[in-house]
Each structure stands twice: as C-alpha cells, then as structure tokens.
Design a protein around this ligand. Sequence first.
Ligand SMILES: *[C@@H]1O[C@H](CO)[C@@H](O)[C@H](O)[C@H]1NC(C)=O
Ligand SMILES: *[C@@H]1O[C@H](CO)[C@@H](O)[C@H](O)[C@H]1NC(C)=O
Ligand SMILES: *[C@@H]1O[C@H](CO)[C@@H](O)[C@H](O)[C@H]1NC(C)=O
Ligand SMILES: *[C@@H]1O[C@H](CO)[C@@H](O)[C@H](O)[C@H]1NC(C)=O
Ligand SMILES: *[C@@H]1O[C@H](CO)[C@@H](O)[C@H](O)[C@H]1NC(C)=O
Length: 561
Amino acid sequence: MKPVVEMIFWIACFVCTATPIETARILAIIAIPSYSHHIAYQLLWTTLSRRGHKIVVLTTDPINDPSLTNLTEINFKSNYNVVTKINFIENMETHTWLSTVNEQLWPVCNQITENIYKHPEVRKMYELNSDTKFDVVIVETIKSPSLYALAYRFNAPLIGVSTLGLYNSNYYLLGAPVLPSHPSAWEMGDTTDFNLSLWQRIKNFIRLWYHIYCTLNHFYSEQQAIAEKYLGKNIPDIRDMERNISFVFQNQQKVLSFVRPQTSNVLSFGNFQISKKLAALPENLTEFITDAPNGFIYMSLGTNVRISSLSKHVQSIFRDVFASLPYKILWKHDSELPNKPDNIYIAKWFPQQSILAHPNIKLFIYQGGIQSTEEAVYYTVPLLGLPVLADQYTQVKKMVSLGVAKHLNIMKLSRENLNESIIDILYDEGYKKRMLKVKELNEDKPYDVLEHVIWWIEFVIRHKGASHLRTSIAYDPCLFLRLVPLSERLLFIIKTTLPGDYQKAIEKDIFSSSSALLCFLSFLHETRVSRGVIVFVPDNVFYPPPFPRSFLPRFTKGDSL
Ligand SMILES: *[C@@H]1O[C@H](CO)[C@@H](O)[C@H](O)[C@H]1NC(C)=O
Ligand SMILES: *[C@@H]1O[C@H](CO)[C@@H](O)[C@H](O)[C@H]1NC(C)=O
Ligand SMILES: *[C@@H]1O[C@H](CO)[C@@H](O)[C@H](O)[C@H]1NC(C)=O
Ligand SMILES: *[C@@H]1O[C@H](CO)[C@@H](O)[C@H](O)[C@H]1NC(C)=O
Ligand SMILES: *[C@@H]1O[C@H](CO)[C@@H](O)[C@H](O)[C@H]1NC(C)=O
C-alpha cells in the first residue's frame, strides 16, 4: 500500500474500534439497603448514562440528579425498614457472621428481593406482554440471587457486582478454590489467620463448607421459589445462572486486601466514591476543627452501627478518654451525649471525605468498612479499627498488617486500652509514613479503573456475554456437598431409632463425627480436584520430609515422561 493509503486505512481502523458501541439499555439492581453499597457505584451509573446508554437502576439511595436524562432510578428506600431490625452490636455477643447470615440475613434478603419483584414499576418491565428490553443486566452478588433470573427473563447477559470481597459460596460457583482458613475468607470473622492450629483449620473447614451447603440448598431454593413465583416455573436453576455470570466486579483493591487465587472473570475496582469536588463543611464545624492547635480525631462507626446500641459503659469509656485528650474530637453519634465536654462535636452525619481531607486530622476511629478504608488511604489518615460486622474484621486486620492501623475489640474496651492505642498512633509518625506508601502503591495503576470497568461492560454488550472467561471447574461437583445430605439422613435414622433421652445428647456428637468423616473423605477427593484444600493442609502436618535427591528418578529427553 502507498503510505498515504496505508495511513488512511489505519486511521479508519482506529476510528472504527475507538467509536463507542451503539447505545445500550442497561438494568442494574443493587438490593441490599446500605448506603455504602450504593455510593460505590454512583460514578459508574452516571458515567454510563453520560456516554449515552439508557440505564435503569434499582437502588435504595438514588442520585436524584435531573440533568442525567438517560438515568432512571427506582427508589427502594423502604427496604431500609426491613434491615434495621438487625442489631449488629447485640449480635457480636451471640452470633458469628455465618449464623447472622443464616438466621437473620436470609429472611431479610428474601423479603427485600420479594419487595423488588412486587414493585409495580418493576413488574411492568418483566410482565409477559411487556416490550421492555435490556442488553445487559447487572446484579449485586450479595444475597439476592433470585434477581439473576431477570437477566434470563430479558435474555441478556448477566454481570455481578459486589461492594466487598466475594463470599466463598460465590467463589465456589465461579470455580475458584474455597479457602476456609485464609484471611481473605472474611465471612469467617476473626477465626482465620496465616498460622492456625490444625484443629482450628478443621473447624473452619467444616463450618464454611456446611454453610456453603446450606446457602446453595436452603437459601438458594427459597430465592428460586421467589423468582418462580413472579417469572413462572420454567426458569433454570439460579445456581447455574450464577455459574454462567459473565464476570463479577468486586470493590476489593489488591493492595488493601488479602490476595487470594481467583478466576479470570473476577475483576477488581475501587475508589469510585472518592469525590473530585469535596462538599463544603458547615461554618461552625470548620471553625471547630481549624481552631485545634494539636489537630483533631474523627470517629464514625458507619451507617449500620448505632452508637446508642453500645452499652452505657462503653459509651462512657469513649467520652472519658476523648475528654482527657488534648485534641478536638468529631464524633458521629445517633443520639444525645449527656455532659458533653467542650472538645467534642457530635452530629448524626458528617461529610466524611471533607473531614478526612482536612489538614488538621490526626486519626480516624472507625469500624473497618471497605469504603471508609479506601477513603482513609486516599486521604492518608492513620486508623484505629473497632470491627463489628461482615468484612470489617478482615479489613482492619489487613490495615494492621500494613502498619497503618491498630485493632481493638469493642466488647473488651477499657479506658486504658483505648487511651493507649490512640496515644500510640498519635505519637508515632510511622503510621502516617506507611499510609503514604500504601496510597502510592494503590494509586499506581496502568489504566483508569472506571474506563476499564466500562470497557468490560461494553464488551459483554458487544459479544452478548464473556463465556470464554469461565473455567470448567465451576461445573465440577464437590464431594463434601454431595455427602452432607447423606450424613443428615444417617443422623435422622440413628436419632429416630434411639430412645428419647439419648436423642438430644447424641445429636451434636454424631453430627460432628460424621462431618469429620466427610471432611476426611472429601479431603481425599479434594487433593485431586484441588477445590478447597489449599489452606486446609498445613505444610508441616501432611508432608513428610523430602527424599534425598539421589533417590529420585531422573528423566532425560526422550523418556516417555
Ligand atoms: C443521553 O443519551 C444520548 C444518546 O442516546 C446522548 O446524545 C445524550 O448526550 C445523553 N444525555 C445525557 C444528559 O447524558
Ligand atoms: C506459627 O506457629 C508456630 C508455633 O506456634 C511457630 O513456631 C511459627 O514460627 C509460626 N509461624 C509464623 C509464620 O508465624
Ligand atoms: C449456562 O451456560 C451453559 C454453557 O454456556 C449453557 O449450556 C446453559 O444453558 C447455561 N445455563 C443457564 C442457566 O444460563
Ligand atoms: C452548627 O450549626 C448548625 C446549623 O447552622 C446547628 O444546627 C448546629 O447545632 C451547630 N453545631 C454546633 C456544635 O454549634
Ligand atoms: C490518656 O493518656 C494521657 C497521656 O498518657 C493522659 O494524660 C490521660 O489522662 C489519659 N486518659 C485517661 C482517660 O486515662
């Protein structure tokens, strides 16, 4: 080709590939009523709509910006009433996260998803004679799998999103290993670590796999029933829909998490809620923190944890320690503070990012939420973590391991340990220095993450899915999950043949010994298909010392091996 013709050819090629795809229709459903689950995506929805895509978002926290003419929001604020029944502080004494999920979140999530299906505007979209069409459906992968069926209804590819790391039950369906004792398994609360005893690993293994069994068989069948009630009986299994997901975006940046092996269809994003333009602070607040010779401390336990649900004793510890410090304190507090000392400013809500960005801030006392963690890193504020629920234990543990935070148990709080931790962080410049380094690492990325996520969404629209990213391991059966029902049946038979008095006493023992047996059987199986075993087998327990080199056979070129 002549140079000019060639140049025109390449320019034409560039223009063709760089032109955005024709505008698409996108349905996005974020079901869980929690502020942080919604602000994490708002930038994505606004950017997609400004690019010309028509997007319908089902959310509990709408953006309400009339200038976004391509964005339609359906408001599910009323679903907050369903979830506020759970008292997470009370649960800390009585529940593990898995039992909270099992006993409290599943019923709540069933109600939330049903409310979505029942909503007249949503109904109008999915009714049989409706001509509403979507090119892609985006659903939160957190505890609302019945909504996957809407992708099936609209005959559109499904994308998953999560504002925190995935559950191991999600990883299981995607074909990634299940890691019951690795710190990335945030749903295990504070029972994971790098150096656990064999007994703790076995307990974690049984607990997590049994939980996955219950999730996929009990919770998913209730969710299946909800989807069938509204979309008809002839929809496929929602577990298969999750296996067939094109990919999942999780708000879990590598630098800020315990990295684990995962499948190629799990992509990370983060920092979408970081404001380009900070909200102005109220005047009296600006005055309060500017006039702070030693700086100020900000304390907020997020939207799900109410200070008023802490015991009076714990509340007074915070007040007394804060009062004794030569610092100003901003305290997000949902009720009155009797005898409020002058150096404390309380409010029900603070513009958090504007506060973290203020030059006088010295410390952020928080509950370990992922969005708050990202903001603390972005504005380089050292942390004191008091985790309460979900992934907060893991987030705080990660920040401690990076040397930018300290951890305290809110149930074992005392004036001494709170005071000492605060003073330690404030008088050690290392925390701030390491935080600067973490920020630098986290923000050094080869591409703009928002553009990257949008590119993948448009990829799925162009190609009607991304099945090439899926691993066949997603379809391999797991022996443990197959054997649990057998063990339950066995237990039932033994129980019913015993005299009444023995039944109760023996129930727990039989269950744990039969689980241990299953555990061993599945261990034998897992070693071959490599699902779930990686962290379960501590190196020093199962592997004998290596043979001397001279014992090992040698293979040379030409040997059949
Ligand atoms: C809405 O989408 C159209 C294309 O479908 C685009 O031309 C327009 O700029 C978009 N409007 C806004 C406010 O984003
Ligand atoms: C793990 O624990 C054992 C025994 O408690 C100890 O000897 C070993 O050094 C620990 N390893 C790490 C990496 O912490
Ligand atoms: C999942 O994908 C497989 C293979 O691509 C297909 O055979 C199956 O029907 C799909 N199932 C669902 C529920 O979408
Ligand atoms: C700050 O001002 C707002 C209204 O301007 C008022 O509601 C609030 O009570 C004031 N707070 C303090 C601590 O003075
Ligand atoms: C916290 O420690 C500081 C410095 O050691 C001390 O002045 C203050 O009285 C202590 N506060 C409480 C409540 O113990």
